[in-house]
Ligand binder design. Structure first.
Ligand code: GTR
Length: 308
């Protein structure tokens, strides 16, 4: 939906968060490259709703651009579950080589049948568990903990596979729920743990690094279909060109967030990933329903250092 001359874009994060800044940069690029014919207005901080709701509005053309995590797409498109499998990527490099090429393009293209044009992936670092009770060093420490997850069956399965209780809820309810003891913890990357102020309440951050699933930047297909082929090419290229910028901001943000969190006295502990990896890769099968998903997993594993 255009707002005067501007396209609308939304993000759940606050304005200085790397994903938001990257989309703003994308907006500047499309504006420069079309002599101001195309432009963007960013609604940051989840002011137009949570990811699941805004995504639905985007598919109906009520919003033009949306930057979301893969989680709310997991129930919509099976291929999006693949990069969200715990311990699939062995490093950020592995995630980037896999998704910067054909595999990433295929996943992005799979969104079109659901009314979304997948433009690019952004980094999201690695997700780890944090909670209000104590450090987690082994899966048994998670037993009985009530842990918030995004609204995705895969995340629910992941947390259940470790013996904890999964509580799906939107990101903007997490701080309050932690403070009121409705949940004991959640899982996320350094920047989200910090910028959502969750670290002020959850004082234990245990570095399981179980997920390296990326963020995704999408456009409403309804809005896309109204663009000329030349403008579509500009939109695609500008999104791709915002990725290196985002990655630079991301690395800086991770360093900043780590500093804020550790200086605040949060107990951060390293975790031996082996028992977590074993339990969490056992559950992959439950979320791989199609031969296409399995083929993608194989191709991603083959890109690991030293092969699958
Ligand atoms: C963040 C991600 C958000 C949102 C959030 C969550 O890392 O950037 O898009 O999905 O996690 O846990 O809900």
């Amino acid at each position: 939906m255009r707002l005067g001359d501007l396209y609308t874009a939304v993000d759940t994060h606050v304005r200085d968060y790397p994903t938001v800044q990257a989309v703003i940069r994308f907006g500047e690029l499309i504006s420069q490259r079309t002599d101001g014919r195309l432009g963007l207005k960013m609604f940051a901080g989840g002011q137009l709703g949570n990811e699941r709701d805004t995504l639905e509005i985007t598919t109906f053309g009520g919003l033009d651009f949306n930057r979301v995590n893969l989680a709310p797409l997991n129930s919509i498109e099976p291929l999006t579950r693949v990069p969200a499998l715990p311990f699939l990527f062995e490093s950020t490099e592995h995630m980037r080589t896999s998704l910067d090429g054909d595999i990433g393009e295929e996943i992005l293209a799979s969104l079109e049948q659901h009314g979304l044009i997948g433009l690019c992936f952004y980094d999201s670092g690695s997700r780890s568990f944090y909670n209000t009770r104590g450090p987690i060093t082994k899966p048994e420490d998670m037993r009985g903990l009530k842990l918030r997850v995004p609204g995705s069956d895969l995340y629910v399965g992941m947390v259940k596979s470790l013996g904890a209780d999964a509580v799906p809820m939107p990101l903007d309810e997490v701080y309050q729920s932690l403070a009121q003891g409705v949940i004991d913890g959640a899982e996320n990357n350094w920047p989200s743990f910090e910028s959502g102020k969750h670290f002020e309440v959850a004082r234990f951050y245990s570095l399981t690094r179980h997920l390296l699933a990326p963020e995704v930047f999408v456009m409403s297909k309804i809005s896309w279909d109204k663009l000329s082929a030349d403008d579509q090419a500009i939109v695609r290229q500008s999104a791709k060109d915002s990725v290196p910028y985002m990655r630079k901001l991301w690395d800086e943000q991770v360093a900043r967030s780590m500093k804020i969190v550790t200086e605040s006295g949060v107990a951060v502990n390293e975790v031996d990933p082996a028992p977590f990896t074993e339990m969490m890769t056992d559950m992959w099968e439950d979320f791989l329903d199609t031969p296409e998903q399995r083929a993608l997993v194989e191709r991603i594993l083959a890109l690991r250092e030293g092969g699958a």
